[in-house]
Design a protein around this ligand. Sequence first.
Ligand code: SAM
Ligand code: SF4
Length: 421
Amino acid sequence: MNAYDTDVISSLLEERGHAIIRTPDNADCIIVNTCSVRDHAEQRAIGRLLDLSRHRDAVIVVCGCMAQRLGAALFDLVPAVRIVAGTDSYALLPDAVSAAVEDGGRFVFLERDDEGGYEATPIKSKGGISRYVSITRGCENYCSYCIVPYVRGKTRSRNADAIVREISSVVEWGAKEVTMLGQNVIAYRDGRIDFIGLAERVLAETEVRRLRFLTSHPRDVEAAVFELMAREKRFCSHIHLPVQAGSNRILAAMNRGYTRETYLEKLRQARTIVPGIAVTTDLIVGFPSETDDEFRQTLDLVREARFDAAFTFQYSRRAGTAANEMPDDVSPDEKKNRLLALNAIVQEERGRILSDHLGSRTEILLDGAAQKGEYRFLKGRTPEFRNVLVPPDGLNDGDIVPVVLKRLVNFTFEGEAATRK
Ligand code: SAM
Ligand code: SF4
């Protein structure tokens, strides 16, 4: 989501005649787009801002979720900061940047537009084989641990015509793959158009070769999503379905709205309708009051669910959330040990699942080069979002090539091109 927001901010500034450069040296303005999901993310952003403070001639801007959460307090934490722009204030940035460059001064923008979205600021940055396009903003699920509803506001869906236009534009500029983004894309609604209706329109009205989405809430995802995947080869057979925990008591305390059993039932449904579908997930360890036994239920679930990959996190207390009212009573050492144990099982299962595909034939979209020792490869992804390296002979970024998966090294396949397209 932040990568997409960065695109929006860059587009707004370019529209006003600014040039985007990729290193801070010689910049008139340095913009740091931040995340607040865990304390660790905020600490890293503050460290980065303190480090960037040595660029004394540049106007330093903080935007994104940490800007929204901390507001003017950021001036005390990082005195070199000149502009703090919250999650709905990007349209104000060009004027503020010009004013700060010309006249000095400090600005804070924290107003939230709980109705509006990105309509006024379609992205303009060209290039890139795989692009993100936001379809919703905000979230109102209020999972008890999560800061997102407080910093990004209520769920708002973008206008379907604007989304189709934006996807057509990035495809015209060379993108082959688009990931539709939202905290819970399944909640998308524009009048009578729901998420499936939107995906069908994008597939019918644009030339996008591959369409993905991120993220979907397990409570809301329905058979229609899998049925569209089964019908439409361009709608990739991968779903990121964050489960968070394996214990029903913890899932209820998290306010997730599903049980271990209903989650696993959704996976069964997905795999029945789309036999080869890959499932990835997010998991949190050390949620308040999580016992050893409840943690073991998360490990059992990982064994049962057959995830291709998982993002795993130690619970991080966030001010203002419901879980913040519960004692953070799993010790830091215990959280760390649980994370290590969980990661070991996630990796073991991942290796097992990927190995099952050795020797199989699939298609990859090439999106860049990779060096391994003295050998140069092109890297690509399968529709299931698995990494594959192939020898570069005669192939180019953006090609979709049939390959046979020959070897598996560190969860990345090495493949051989079968026949070329
Ligand atoms: N909207 C997505 C969903 O519902 O799955 C996820 C959005 S959140 C930005 C990404 C992941 O961060 C979550 O799935 C969760 O695993 C993790 N996360 C969120 N809040 C957290 C917290 N307070 N401590 C640890 N992990 C957290
Ligand atoms: Fe946070 Fe839950 Fe919304 Fe995801 S669905 S952004 S975890 S509140």
